[in-house]
Design a protein around this ligand. Structure first.
Ligand SMILES: C[S@@+](CC[C@H](N)C(=O)[O-])C[C@H]1O[C@@H](n2cnc3c(N)ncnc32)[C@H](O)[C@@H]1O
Length: 321
């Protein structure tokens, strides 16, 4: 396979062009997607907007929002190839402390278009806002749907080191031989390898968040690593990856990293500019990226933020705690 990105900066096309390696469609996804041919994309991976607003009576806002997403989902189903997948990453819609897990709301919509759910992946992270009237939310989900029963799934590309590689068969012909897979184990539907110093930097030490290798001004961008796993498992080299709500182009960068072509739609020009810069920076070897599979950050206990505050100890001693 010829390297798509082995030389200089890729040409970034502003309108759909067959076989172009990078396409950014500016404007409302509902109309931009009409440019993209049917069955042309192997993977659609996206985190849709769900800032539903409070102008409507509770319930109605959510219903209207889901209704407005249906024509877009219909377009996505048209665009995804027969061996392709849609990965829809969502959290909760929250209204006055009551939560509605959006994957529950989205499932019947995708199912009504004939898509088949293969996994509901839990993306777990350790840090975030601390709730006071419910347990703090520490995961979001990625709903993985396929268009058909025969779909691309490259498990070997995303295997992770097994915990006990030395385990052996204890009976039968293979007794004494290793029982695991030399390439590692299935990463399962619980993804915390991607939980990262990302969250620590954002939530615990806000003043250094700008130092995270990937962080841009976008309030809710994907970690590249999260998309990389989907790209590696669900597409082959040269396939198209599409993010209809592309933000700062994380899905495009993840696609480029693995020699896939990509398309994104985005309505905000400021995010498109950052996406274009990230693509160029990646091509020039200047984009700072958290390496795939880097171990999850765990505090040594020496950091100031991981120590019990002296103030609490004093309060305890004086019976004020
Ligand atoms: C949750 S963010 C996705 C961020 C993205 N995953 C990334 O890593 O940068 C959703 C994005 O969709 C964009 N957006 C919202 N509604 C849109 C629409 N109707 N058409 C195109 N883009 C839209 C927002 O501007 C926002 O950047």
């Amino acid at each position: 396979m010829t390297e798509l990105f082995n030389t200089t900066e890729p040409e970034i096309h502003a309108i759909y062009k067959k076989n172009a390696s990078c396409i950014i469609l500016s404007g409302d996804a509902a109309s931009s997607l009409k440019e993209v041919p049917s069955q042309s994309v192997k993977l659609i991976v996206s985190s849709p907007p769900y800032n539903i607003g409070k102008e409507y009576e509770k319930g109605t806002a959510l219903e209207n929002y889901l209704e407005s997403m249906k024509p877009i989902i219909k377009e996505l189903v048209r665009i995804v190839s027969s061996e392709g997948s849609i990965c829809w990453q969502v959290g909760n819609y929250v209204e006055n402390g009551e939560i509605v897990p959006l994957d529950i709301s989205y499932y019947p919509i995708f199912a009504s278009f004939g898509l088949k759910m293969r996994n509901r992946i839990i993306w777990h992270f350790d840090h975030g806002l601390h709730a006071s009237k419910r347990f703090s939310g520490r995961y979001e989900t990625i709903c993985w749907f396929t268009k058909g029963d025969s779909y691309t799934f490259n498990l070997d590309s995303v295997r992770v080191p097994s915990k006990y590689p030395g385990k052996t068969h204890f009976k039968g012909d293979k007794r004494g031989l290793p029982s695991g897979n030399p390439l590692g184990k299935n990463p399962s539907d619980f993804w915390n390898v991607i939980e990262q110093d990302w969250d620590r930097l954002i939530w615990e030490i806000p003043n250094v968040k700008a130092n995270h290798p990937e962080k841009t001004v976008h309030p809710c961008q994907f970690p590249i690593e999260l998309v990389q796993r989907c790209v590696l498992a669900l597409t082959n080299e040269g396939d198209y990856v599409l993010d209809p709500f592309g933000g700062v182009g994380t899905a495009m960068v993840a696609a480029m990293m693995h020699n896939r072509k990509s398309i994104m739609c985005e309505k905000e020009e400021k995010y498109i500019e950052i996406a274009m810069q990230r693509i160029k920076d990646y091509a020039n070897g200047r984009l700072r990226i958290r390496p795939l599979g880097k171990p999850v950050y765990s505090p040594s206990g020496k950091e100031k933020v991981s120590q019990i505050p002296l103030f609490w100890q004093e309060q305890k001693e004086t019976g004020k705690a």
